[in-house]
Design a protein around this ligand. Sequence first.
Ligand code: AMP
Length: 278
Amino acid sequence: MELIVARNRDDLAKARGGGDVALVPTMGALHEGHRSLIRLARSRADQVVVSVFVNPLQFGPHEDFSRYPRTFEADLDVCRAEGVDVVFHPSAEDMYHPGRQVSLLSGRMGEIVEGASRPGHFDGVLTVVLKLLNLVQPRVAVFGQKDAQQLALIRRMVADLDVPVEIVGAPTVREPDGLALSSRNRYLSADDRQVALALSRALRAGAAERTPAAVRAAAGEVLAAAGPRLDLDYLVLVDPATFTEVGEEHAGEAVLAVAARIGTTRLIDNVTLTLNPA
Ligand code: AMP
């Protein structure tokens, strides 16, 4: 089947048909991480729709919206190679009606951790994701664990607003040396990249421990050793569903999440671990 490119909601409605769809929302600059989501989507539904939309609503005024990588022709090649059925690539004007008023609020959970560093970010994410779900009407939508707080908030939104879709989380794809794949990695110089490796190294060191204090200490030590070129934003150990910090007595799953700036590039990463196992 030929790949269909839908550039607006009318094209999408025509391409969508009545079938059983899995949606993979992306901002393009597709890499192996996105490919793994597409493959998971493929295994879960008859038709795969990938959206490629750099959503202005989720970028702050001083963030990298204008320099975010846009590689649409290469993205189409990736989608063709992965057997995607439809690529939805609307313009911002097409997505957001002039005079629009109503958008989603992500609540307290959208204001902590990543949300504390990026005010309004998760409101923008939830608003565009709900619009994409309404436009595409998938049975399943696939999101990466790489953006763990985003995934948790999307699950929260679907539960709180009774959105009729199944949310599937996909594991983080990494380079052989541990660096989590990200569209922003292309901005790292060779030296920056070496510094950036401290993120995944810190997460691995933390994941080898069993108590919250030991996890935080082990990960913090690795980050401190990376030196001043790694500008740490946060290192937190949180409940996977609420993103609130876990206490020393917490037993079971937790997410160790980190964000840092290296040069002009801000990277995030996380790992799920088990605390105080029986
Ligand atoms: P983005 O294009 O960065 O907005 O990401 C689109 C989707 O791909 C999101 O659900 C991300 O969590 C997911 N994603 C990004 N990087 C990775 C990765 N390294 N491994 C798995 N999924 C990823």
